[in-house]
Design a protein around this ligand. Structure first.
Ligand SMILES: [Zn+2]
Length: 301
């Protein structure tokens, strides 16, 4: 594998040794006002950064940030592992219009790579925010049931316990736009959830790692081969502009200081190595190796 071909744009996938990683899209090009995402985002700064980062990551007219919502499907000799399950269909999210009462083709997109929902062996949520748990469940006969009937769902115990306590504090106020109730609890009740340590190993070359800060129990996924490594880093880095502003945490981060440190540690560790990053919200084909330039970073294509 050459550095400049880590992500195959045409196939929307990559290989790490024998393991393949494919992107399964829920929705793309969703505009977010920069100041909603980053407390330090001023229009003049965003305008300048957008020229450096690449205009494809910003909307045409008003320089909103564009985010993608997709799963990564890891396929090994033994298992189909779905990492993060995006926004989902038919969820009530009135304060998030792009996520509200959707009827999107996520399962059809999964079918285009030859898989049915019943083929998924593991579902892993890097954290339990609404845009990472949506397809955990689907609405069948008025009830939220697990979408992937044969999967074991892996939730970080530390993450789950935190949200469970938050939910108890104010049961009348649904947390995380209601996603704890419609996309997490039905999986727990079905018996398909396994609460795991942050260092859980799914198989030899696929190991989780704690990456706290964005949420209390946030994890990332290391996929290894003899020569290469990829890190599915979830929301440790949200948008490509954070490669230039790695100290910028988002307004959605539970602990912005810890989130900043986690992001800096990840980027410093990956810079100028054969370790690629696959963030949860970058658009294709911008996944791959990282280079460093002083205090800033960039994708190597
Ligand atoms: Zn997210």
């Amino acid at each position: 594998m050459q550095k400049d071909t880590f992500w195959n744009a045409r196939k929307d996938s990559c290989n790490v040794g024998e393991i393949s990683i494919k992107r399964i899209v829920d929705l793309e090009h969703v505009p977010f006002n920069p100041s909603l995402v980053f407390p330090d985002a001023k229009p003049e700064i965003i305008k300048k950064l957008s020229l450096q980062v690449g205009l494809q990551h910003f909307s045409d007219n008003n320089l909103d940030l564009l985010l993608s919502f997709h799963s990564f499907l890891i396929q090994t000799q033994k298992y189909n592992i779905l990492v993060d399950t995006c926004c989902g269909n038919e969820k009530e999210r009135p304060t998030r219009p792009f996520w509200h009462q959707r009827n999107g083709p996520f399962l059809d997109n999964l079918a285009t790579v030859g898989l049915a929902a019943s083929d998924i062996d593991f579902v892993l949520c890097t954290h339990l925010h609404a845009d990472h748990v949506g397809w955990n469940t689907q609405l069948i006969n008025g009830k939220w049931v697990p979408t992937f009937p044969n999967a074991q769902y892996l939730f970080s115990q530390k993450e789950f316990e935190y949200w469970k306590e938050e939910d108890k504090k104010n049961p009348m106020e649904p947390i995380m736009y209601g996603s704890y109730i419609d996309s997490v609890l039905p999986v727990i009740k079905s018996g398909q959830a396994l609460l795991i340590e942050s260092s859980h190993q799914i198989e030899n070359n696929i190991q989780l790692e704690s990456a706290y800060g964005h949420t209390p129990g946030n994890v990332i996924v290391n996929v290894r081969s003899e020569r290469d490594q990829a890190i599915l880093c979830g929301d440790v880095i949200h948008h490509p502009l954070q490669l230039l502003k790695p100290k910028w945490s988002t307004n959605f981060c539970f602990d912005p200081d810890l989130s900043r440190q986690t992001r800096l540690d990840l980027l410093n560790r990956c810079a100028d190595t054969q370790t690629a990053i696959l963030p949860a919200h970058f658009h294709s084909p911008d996944y791959g190796y990282i280079g460093r330039n002083g205090d800033t970073f960039h994708l190597i294509k």
